[in-house]
Design a protein around this ligand. Structure first.
Ligand SMILES: [Zn+2]
Length: 350
């Protein structure tokens, strides 16, 4: 081996080792960063197969789709937060609930937060909503006009519960509220619906006939302006950790009575303790979330937005390869149980 070849080789190896070390440093540096900052900065989803990783309060997801800001039976609120993203199963379920609940006297949904484009912890709010399988829906019916962007930012939902007694304000509660929750609970993929204890009590006290669906409706703090739908881990998400099954029975028992004691409402002894999101680094999340963070984005938000049926919709073109079947028209009139998942195209610019 000549001297030049040898030294070139040495140079190459040294360069390779240095590059490795640099990559290592970069990976370590990322591992130490707060996950909320990295996930909070993503504006588009990971254009890979839909998968949830980790748990509702500690994870991320890929293959997210957005629900349109406006659909025939919904309007999304707080648009500036960019939290209209979810696992396709979650987004399809919201679209279906919006449509189905119009039959129950609910004029349309006002949508609160779902997830960030790639999930993960958020810069503000919510401990959960991290794996694309949680969604908040306002307990305020959709008005019969399109809200402006600033109304969507500033309009307040209706507080349904008296903060002192923790009981539902009877003047505000309607049969349509009950029907909406019943409809949401009727879908097999919905595992839990979180509501304020006052709302659970109202249902316990007033629902007659079939009460089996009450099992899924769980009392929790907050949830007095909105309710929270949680679906289970979806097929293909082998690294998604499900939650315990809800207990048998309608839950209108001692476990509910506890909420009407003083104990759950005692002031937090340590209000300044850091929240999970303030200490959660990439190391705390499933390892797969590093790849989710660096995965390519789809070509545009529109390409991965679900708009619902019955209005003129854009067609997502096939990828440039002509051998790829055109399966990506998310918006054609198709059987309602098969709302397709838009197909992703990696953004060449990324
Ligand atoms: Zn929620």
């Amino acid at each position: 081996m000549s001297k030049t070849v040898r030294s070139a080789r040495r140079g190459l190896i040294a360069g390779f080792v240095a590059a490795l070390a640099l990559t290592g440093v970069a990976v370590d540096a990322q591992a130490e960063q707060l996950a909320k900052n990295l996930f909070g900065a993503k504006t588009l989803p990971a254009a890979t197969a839909p998968k949830s990783y980790g748990f509702y309060s500690k994870g991320c997801f890929s293959g997210g789709v957005a629900i349109a800001t406006d659909g025939p039976n919904w309007q999304a609120m707080r648009l500036s937060r960019n939290r209209r993203w979810g696992h396709p199963a979650m987004i399809n379920l919201i679209e279906k609930l919006a449509r189905d609940s119009t039959q129950d006297g609910w004029p349309g949904l006002l949508l609160g937060d779902i997830s960030q484009p790639r999930g993960g912890p958020m810069l503000s709010g919510h401990a959960s909503h991290q794996i694309g399988l949680d969604a908040d829906i306002w307990l305020t019916p959709m008005p019969d006009k399109r809200l402006s962007a600033s109304e969507r930012e500033n309009m307040s939902a209706t507080l349904m519960v008296d903060e002192k007694t923790h009981l539902v304000k009877d003047k505000l509660w309607t049969k349509a509220h009950t029907n909406l929750l019943k409809r949401a609970a009727s879908y097999p993929e919905v595992e839990r619906i979180l509501v304020n204890p006052g709302i659970k009590k109202k249902l316990c006290d007033t629902v007659s006939g079939d009460r089996s669906w009450l099992r899924k409706v769980r009392p929790f703090w907050g949830h007095d302006y909105h309710f929270h739908i949680r679906i289970g881990c979806q097929p293909g998400s082998t690294e998604c950790r499900g939650q315990e099954k809800v207990a048998a029975g309608d839950g209108c028992d001692k476990s509910l009575a506890w909420w009407f004691t003083e104990e759950p409402w005692r002031p937090n002894k340590n209000p300044d303790a850091p929240k999970a999101r303030d200490i959660m680094t990439m190391k705390s999340l499933p390892a797969a979330c590093v790849a989710v963070l660096s995965a390519p984005s789809p070509v545009s938000e529109a390409a991965v937005t679900v708009r619902g049926l019955g209005s003129p919709q854009p067609t997502i073109a096939a990828t440039s390869s002509s051998s790829t079947p055109v399966t990506a028209n998310a918006f054609s009139e198709i059987p309602l149980d098969r709302i397709p998942i838009p197909m992703f195209r990696p953004d060449p610019a990324q």
